[in-house]
Design a protein around this ligand. Structure first.
Ligand SMILES: [Zn+2]
Ligand SMILES: [Zn+2]
Length: 401
């Protein structure tokens, strides 16, 4: 059984797999961004205008440019994702799938750690990007949007997009990260960025002075960064800007003036606002979860590694100690023999390229799984698949360490 991406890769080559991964990454960002954009820049533009931080709308040329750069960014993120995918196939990388391996405490801690680590990394990388030489050459692309929109969140110079997020794939190489943690982190990052660039402030008065909430950045905070191209370098938290004294001196005051304006013009009653905000959040979550799930499955399907190992070592159902009924044993044994022979003939003895061998092996494995499914019940098959993966990892460790 292969993921969509792997199948595309096998059928049409790695370029097509790259394109598909990038498209999925792009959609995962563009769907929530477009929903927000349509709501507050098109359909309900007038109703929400009081909440607009800068009381004007950007030119459509800015939005076109943002979308173009977002496409480029997605292509690079797609390349990064495929890189992690193949490294993992070769046995590098610490993505895991069973929560029990490290427990729930670690699960939550690792999610918090990813967010905090990215926030810290981003702050310093961002400040570096404001060095005049780097700024003109790279970071200016992001700052061309002085009045940001949801689409600004992916609008980076290609090299910068790699740098700003490079820490995440690197962390998954050295730190055990559960697949769902990885997924939730990217979801958080995309949603926070989209909302932070919306150009609208929906936080209530006093937010930036609240004991707890002041540590969280607001859309106004990042909007000021775009407007002035100075101050407010932080991403998720208002920690480093406070510690390093890089918050805009008028941040609190400006925030209150924005909120006050919105308060004076209650175009939409508060209750209705809350309902709408809740509806938007649900829509955002659903669309992101849908695409995130597809990506997650792709990573999960990549759990088996070198095809040779997968087919030769994991092949024998007898060896994995699967409880079989007497009538199943001979059938399974027959399948094992037949497919081992196919592997021997079509792969081991063949001098085709590695890519072709891999393609053949994957096809053989698929055909074998299909036949096994007709003999084994769902529970047995599940157990077989799990054992197959387990054995694979053991094999990788024996091989590399
Ligand atoms: Zn900047
Ligand atoms: Zn920005």
């Amino acid at each position: 059984m292969h993921s969509i991406i792997e199948n595309i890769g096998l059928q049409f080559g790695p370029g097509a797999a790259w394109l598909l991964t990038s498209t999925m990454i792009f959609l995962r960002f563009a769907i929530p961004a477009s929903l927000v954009f349509l709501l507050v820049y098109k359909w309900k533009r007038k109703e929400w205008f009081a909440w607009k931080i800068q009381q004007r709308f950007p030119k459509s040329s800015q939005i076109r440019q943002e979308i173009t750069y977002s496409l480029l960014t997605s292509l690079l993120f797609g390349g990064m994702a495929l890189g992690v995918f193949f490294l993992r196939k070769m046995g590098y990388g610490q993505l895991y799938f069973e929560v029990a391996e490290y427990g729930w405490v670690y699960w939550f801690l690792s999610l918090a750690f990813l967010i905090v680590a990215h926030d810290t990394y981003f702050y310093w990388m961002h400040r570096l990007m404001h060095h005049p030489k780097l700024y003109r050459r790279f970071h200016l692309v992001h700052h061309k949007s002085t009045n940001p929109t949801p689409y600004t969140s992916f609008s980076f110079h290609p090299l910068e997009s790699v740098l700003e997020f490079a820490i995440i794939p690197v962390l998954t190489l050295i730190l055990p990260v559960h697949a769902a943690v990885f997924f939730l982190f990217t979801l958080w990052s995309i949603l926070f960025n989209v909302l932070g660039h919306t150009g609208y402030e929906i936080s209530p008065s006093g937010f930036t002075r609240h004991r707890l909430f002041k540590w969280l950045n607001t859309p106004t905070h990042h909007n000021m960064h775009h407007h002035h191209a100075r101050f407010n370098y932080g991403l998720y938290f208002n920690f480093w800007d406070r510690v390093m004294g890089t918050n805009h001196p008028d941040y609190d005051q400006y925030f209150e003036s924005v909120v006050e304006r919105a308060g004076k013009k209650p175009n939409v009653p508060l209750r209705q606002q809350t309902t709408k905000a809740a509806a938007v959040i649900v829509l955002l979550l659903c669309s992101s979860v849908a695409f995130g799930q597809m990506t997650l499955n792709d990573i999960k399907q990549g759990r088996y590694g070198t095809p040779e190992y997968r087919t030769q070592q994991v092949d024998s159902l007898m060896r994995v100690g699967l409880p079989l009924r007497a009538d199943q044993i001979s059938k399974v044994h027959d399948i094992n023999l037949r497919y081992s022979k196919r592997v021997e003939d079509e792969v081991v003895k063949s001098d085709a390229s590695d890519w072709t061998k891999y393609r053949r092996l994957s096809k053989i494995q698929d055909a074998k799984d299909k036949e096994l499914k007709t003999i084994l019940n769902a529970t047995q098959f599940e157990k077989y698949a799990t054992k197959r993966d387990e054995l694979f990892w053991k094999g990788i460790q024996d091989f590399f360490f």
